[in-house]
Design a protein around this ligand. Structure first.
Ligand SMILES: Cc1ncc(COP(=O)(O)O)c(C=O)c1O
Length: 359
């Protein structure tokens, strides 16, 4: 029986390079609380992003929650229904209300025109997602935010390594957040970070991720969202391989595109920048074709992900106000893509997709 092929497989650095860092941690006995490796990882992230502040936390979901808390958002937050559950659940967890605005059919990102139509007197913020790392319409979103005095949070969980208008995607909005979950290009097993260029906001985040403590005095309501030294060291060991990782992924991505070229039943996301090739999303012409492809792949022990599905507005309600998302979430499929995937595995996936599609 063939080994199962999952939608992704975690990237890991050579074990000896990680254990060298672990030995140093063992020697110091410092496991967490603003240790040497956290500081070093944050420095690397600042350098990589060009942002003034990069603050690591224990996962990307808490990064979103801390972003809302640090900006003191209470009320309605306009967001996309085409995302991972954490985008919307973080808003609800922070006692705010997600108001869903539909996406653009070609970029899969939140549509600024639809944002405008969902603004009310209670709207306090926009939480947009750079879906699969595709830059949102940042200038239009900022224009709306300026006009209505709203904060902007970008969920940039997929956006490591992507530049837009000569800046890292983490540079935009009041705060950008990311995830270093095991499935991401660079992972710390579990982890995340917030990026900002505002000193006051950075101070708020620092306070709130550490129980609200400042110099052993409680200054604010906080939580424990700290990243440990073990996680930060893993991030450092992986960052060294970022460009190797991106190059390999690009090759795989282009191979997929080539092998699926003749498949007229598949469409692709329109991308607004050079990609980081974290995902290979395909949009099938019909839901039933997608389902047939998934069934056949699963029979062959290949496990793509219907990512993102269902539309988040159906997770938290039953009314469909975002028909574009509803439609796309039924036809979207992310095919396996990772640093480790082989040419023959990609060929096997494409053969099945094409055969089931009848091409
Ligand atoms: C778009 C998006 N937002 C938020 C998250 C949450 O990140 P984490 O899993 O690190 O909590 C993810 C996770 O994978 C994600 O894809």
């Amino acid at each position: 029986m063939k080994k199962p092929l999952y939608v992704t497989k975690s990237f890991l650095p050579p074990l000896n390079e990680y254990t060298e860092l672990l030995k140093d941690i063992w020697k110091s006995g410092v496991l967490t609380n603003d240790g040497k490796y956290l500081k070093l990882f944050e420095k690397k992230l600042r350098k990589n992003s060009g942002c003034k502040y990069a603050l690591c936390v224990s996962n990307g979901t808490l990064a979103l929650q801390l972003a809302l808390r640090s900006l003191k958002i209470n009320g309605e937050v306009i967001t996309t229904p085409f995302s991972f559950i954490a985008t919307a659940s973080s808003i609800i967890w922070e006692h705010c209300k997600p108001v869903f605005a539909d996406i653009e059919p070609d970029t899969f990102n939140i549509d600024p025109f639809k944002i405008q139509r969902k603004i009310s007197s209670k709207t306090k913020a926009i939480m947009a997602v750079h879906v699969y790392g595709n830059p949102c319409n940042i200038s239009e979103i900022q224009k709306i935010a300026n006009e209505y005095n709203l904060k902007v949070i970008y969920d940039a969980s997929h956006a490591l390594g992507i530049n837009y208008k000569n800046k890292s995607l983490f540079y935009f909005g009041d705060i950008s957040t990311t995830s270093f979950h095991a499935t991401k290009i660079i992972n710390t097993a579990e982890g995340g970070a917030l990026f900002t260029n505002n000193n006051n906001i950075a101070n708020e985040i620092r306070l709130k991720r550490n129980f609200g403590y400042e110099n052993y005095v409680i200054r604010s309501l906080g939580v424990n969202a700290k990243m440990s030294e073990l996680n930060a060291a893993l991030g450092i060991a992986e960052m060294k391989y970022l460009s190797v990782n991106l190059t390999k992924r690009k090759k795989v991505f282009l191979l997929y595109k080539k092998l699926l070229l003749s498949n007229e039943f598949i469409k692709y996301q329109k991308f607004n920048a050079e990609q980081n090739y974290s995902y290979f999303p395909v949009l099938f012409s019909t839901k039933s074709l997608k389902e047939k492809v998934v069934n056949k792949l699963n029979k062959e022990h290949i496990f793509p992900r219907e990512y993102f599905s269902p539309s988040l507005e159906l997770v938290f309600g039953s009314k469909i106000t975002c028909p574009v998302t509803y439609d796309i979430s039924q036809r979207i499929l992310c095919l396996p893509l990772s640093f480790h995937i082989t040419v023959s595995q990609v060929k096997r996936v494409c053969n099945i997709v094409n055969k089931v599609s009848g091409v």
